[in-house]
Design a protein around this ligand. Structure first.
Ligand code: TRP
Length: 471
């Protein structure tokens, strides 16, 4: 999951990344027509210094493809409400999440052309695996997917597939938001009993973060691996790698992907400009690569075309739209995906957490006291401002961060529902809810710290050794 600045800038008004991809169709291979929308023609004059700066500054253009599969072309055309409603368009891409208020996830499903992770598929999931759905599924935190049914079909038939997820190592300590895809992936690994590869994109962070040195990115990857391992992955079934160290195994596949992707496509999906370094344009092929089992000859034991399921936050979807587009031309299966929502910052307002703002996040290194103080001081409250009013009117759960965080981390459905009821009715006060949350987080973080202590350099080496996995 990315670890980038939450940007709630009010100037967001562009739609560079809304590639029409409706009905689960990937970006057409050869754009026959690219329309630039109502955007100013000029590009930013200064060279953006970081990826998120770049994402902010990029020339606002609306790109519309009319590709080979005419009937499958999605609905976002100039004139649709998505483009007309240009005042403050929400922007969700691998480098920034911008929104004036809460993120409209329904709209993302439409814009990206993904499928809603609905009750039916969750029920099928439970029936097939015989396991109660993870709370992230029960509560709509993983809310969208591509081809998850295909993975369930395979499971039903006893066929093999593998999981792929990753992290861009740009900071020393992970915060709670970073752990969400990993906890979910660990659960999927247990439920499906399948192999897993985890990509640490030290190269990506080096290319996209002007201030970071290469050696530092590689070091952070190894540091972050410890927190990832502490989430509990099965050593026999899990291979963790940094791109810098594993690249030669992937390079043949990367080259094939690069040859099948034009600069225009990369630019349209990712918004690269002439002043971005050329490494950025090449990088998406590196993130796409682990979706193909041929890149893991040793870990996946020579499986040439093993299907892949990728759990990730929805901001990463751009990479995998591109991946799914090249897959058939590589004679490979398209990877399936499950997408999560963002974990909100303590201050609320519907963005994703920033690792750099200490007070908007709870880190896995925080002490019980730090957790308590952060929640008490900074968690945005949907409660009323006086005791009398709260008792009379109750809280607005939709904007209350403590309650929302509880929906991510409190396991007990009944207790959560009770808190929701009592807080909304005014029987509970903000302080009571914060106390519940503080308790849950203190336990969770302390448990993590115990497990992390056990992850020595040798343990990291074992997970990162290029070796056959057991499956
Ligand atoms: N680009 C991701 C990030 O910045 C890291 C990543 C690489 C990833 N491969 C992935 C995330 C696959 C999810 C799934 O965090």
């Amino acid at each position: 999951m990315s670890n980038l600045k939450l940007n709630l800038s009010k100037t967001a008004r562009f739609e560079v990344f809304s590639i029409p991809d409706d009905k689960n169709v990937e970006m057409p291979t050869t754009p026959k027509r690219i329309e630039t929308g109502s955007a100013p023609a000029s590009r930013p004059t200064k060279t953006p210094s970081t990826a998120s700066d770049r994402a902010k500054d990029i020339a606002p253009v609306t790109l519309n493809y009319v590709g080979a599969d005419e009937e499958e072309v999605a609905s976002t055309k100039p004139g649709d409400s998505a483009t007309v409603d240009a005042k403050k368009e929400q922007v969700v891409d691998p480098w920034s999440v911008e929104s004036e208020g809460a993120i409209d996830y329904e709209k993302l499903i439409q814009q990206f052309g993904t499928q809603r992770l609905d009750k039916n598929i969750i029920e099928r999931f439970e029936k097939l695996t015989g396991k109660k759905a993870h709370r992230f599924l029960r509560r709509g935190i993983f809310f969208s997917h591509r081809d998850l049914s295909m993975i369930l079909d395979l499971y039903e038939k006893g066929k093999k597939f593998y999981l792929y997820t990753g992290r861009g190592p740009s900071s020393e300590a992970l915060h709670l938001g970073h752990t969400i895809p990993f906890h979910f992936t660990k659960w999927l690994q247990d439920v499906f009993d399948c192999p897993l590869v985890i990509q640490l994109t030290d190269d990506e962070k080096f290319l996209f973060k002007q201030e970071l040195q290469l050696e530092e990115c590689n070091r952070l990857a190894y540091e972050n691996a410890k927190d990832i391992i502490a989430c509990g992955f099965d050593l026999k079934k899990t291979f963790i790698f940094t791109n810098l160290d594993y690249i030669h195994h992937m390079y043949p596949t990367i080259l094939k992907i690069q040859k099948l992707t034009t600069y225009n496509q990369a630019r349209a999906i990712f918004g690269f400009t002439g002043s971005d370094n050329i490494g950025k344009s090449a990088f998406p092929a590196v993130q796409a690569c682990p979706s193909f089992s041929q890149a893991f000859k040793i870990p996946l034991r020579g499986e040439k075309n093993m299907p892949c399921l990728i759990p990730c936050a929805i901001d990463q979807d751009a990479y995998f739209r591109m991946t799914r587009d090249v897959a058939p031309r590589l004679q490979c299966n398209k990877p399936a995906l499950v997408h999560s929502k963002f974990f909100p910052p303590l201050q609320g307002r519907g963005g994703k957490m920033s690792g750099s703002a200490a007070n908007s996040a709870v880190f896995l290194t925080d002490t019980p006291k730090q957790i308590k103080d952060k929640i008490n001081k900074h968690a945005f409250s949907g409660g009323q401002d006086t005791l009398e009013k709260q008792r009379a009117l109750g809280a607005n759960l939709d904007v209350d961060v403590s309650y929302e965080w509880l929906t991510f981390f409190m396991e007990d459905d009944d207790r959560l529902a009770e808190i929701g009821r009592d807080y909304a009715s005014g029987a509970m006060l903000t302080g009571d809810v914060k106390k519940e949350l503080i308790g849950v987080l203190q336990t969770m973080v302390a448990d993590h710290q115990v497990r992390r202590k056990e992850v020595t350099d040798d343990v990291v080496k074992a997970y990162m050794a290029v070796r056959p996995l057991e499956f």
